[in-house]
Design a protein around this ligand. Structure first.
Ligand SMILES: Nc1ncnc2c1ncn2[C@@H]1O[C@H](COP(=O)(O)OP(=O)(O)OP(=O)(O)O)[C@@H](O)[C@H]1O
Length: 231
């Protein structure tokens, strides 16, 4: 589904991604873990076409996307839920969803998003900046779904949310499992990552240094500690 090979990218000539190899099977969820500054956000931005790679390959199915502009990558079926959520603050929930759903691909409509997230339906006339952090996160996910993605890039969906709200976001993302949407989940919250992901990839200094099933990763606490500095 997603197949990234020897991807190199960075900022103004500096190298952050130093030869990343990562595959995500159709419908599979891979948690991308790693310490601060490892290059996880840079990776999702590069896959999304927001940052042009220096070299390497990003294939979605049989389509090469390395170097393509973000709107081309989006049309190919990739959607991002960016870190910090980035909903349009002056627009209402309904307006935020409407501008994201110009194509209504794969049957995703605002009504279907409201069914999945009843809280958003209740808040449909509230402005983006009147929403709680959790509601903003749900709106950001709803906006991404309206693109009808085959691959969802989630950059720290738990960031800044209270544990109870993280739980709601987790339930929402679990509810998407049957949709066959593949996902790369960048996450510092290991409980959330383990709950949602089938597989774990660990990035260190712009390279993938470990890849295993989530179950295997969880079973080896010493290795998790060595890779992530956590117990
Ligand atoms: N816009 C930018 N311009 C220049 N350097 C950047 C930019 N964004 C990130 N970097 C640098 O790239 C490196 C990787 O950052 P990145 O945000 O990809 O890491 P990360 O693994 O997502 O970290 P975190 O877990 O803290 O979000 C860091 O050294 C960072 O300072």
């Amino acid at each position: 589904m997603l197949s990234v090979r020897d991807l190199r990218a960075g900022y103004a000539g500096s190298t952050v991604l130093d030869g990343v190899d990562l595959t995500v099977p159709a419908g599979g969820v891979v948690a991308l873990l790693g310490r601060n500054g490892a290059g996880k956000s840079t990776f999702v931005h590069t896959v999304m076409g927001m940052l042009k790679p220096y070299s390497g390959s990003i294939r979605l199915g049989d389509r090469e996307l390395a170097g393509a502009a973000a709107h081309t990558v989006a049309r190919a079926g990739v959607a991002i839920v960016p870190q910090g959520r980035r909903v349009f603050a002056p627009l209402t929930v309904a307006e935020n969803l409407r501008i994201a759903s110009t194509r209504g691909r794969d049957g995703w409509t605002p009504e279907r998003v409201y069914e999945l997230m009843p809280r958003l339906a209740e808040r449909r006339d509230n402005r983006g900046d009147q929403l709680s952090g959790g509601e903003q996160q749900m709106l950001a996910i709803g906006r991404a779904l309206l693109r009808g993605p085959r691959l969802l890039l989630l950059d720290e969906p738990s960031d800044g949310l209270a544990p109870a709200v993280v739980d709601q976001v987790a339930e929402l993302l679990e509810g998407l499992r049957g949709e066959g949407i593949a996902a790369v989940l960048v996450e510092q919250d290991l409980h959330l990552a383990f709950r949602l992901a089938d597989e774990v990839a660990v990035m260190q200094k712009g390279r993938i240094v470990h890849r295993s099933s989530t179950a295997d990763f969880r079973a080896d606490r010493a290795r998790a500690h060595a890779l992530l500095g956590v117990g």
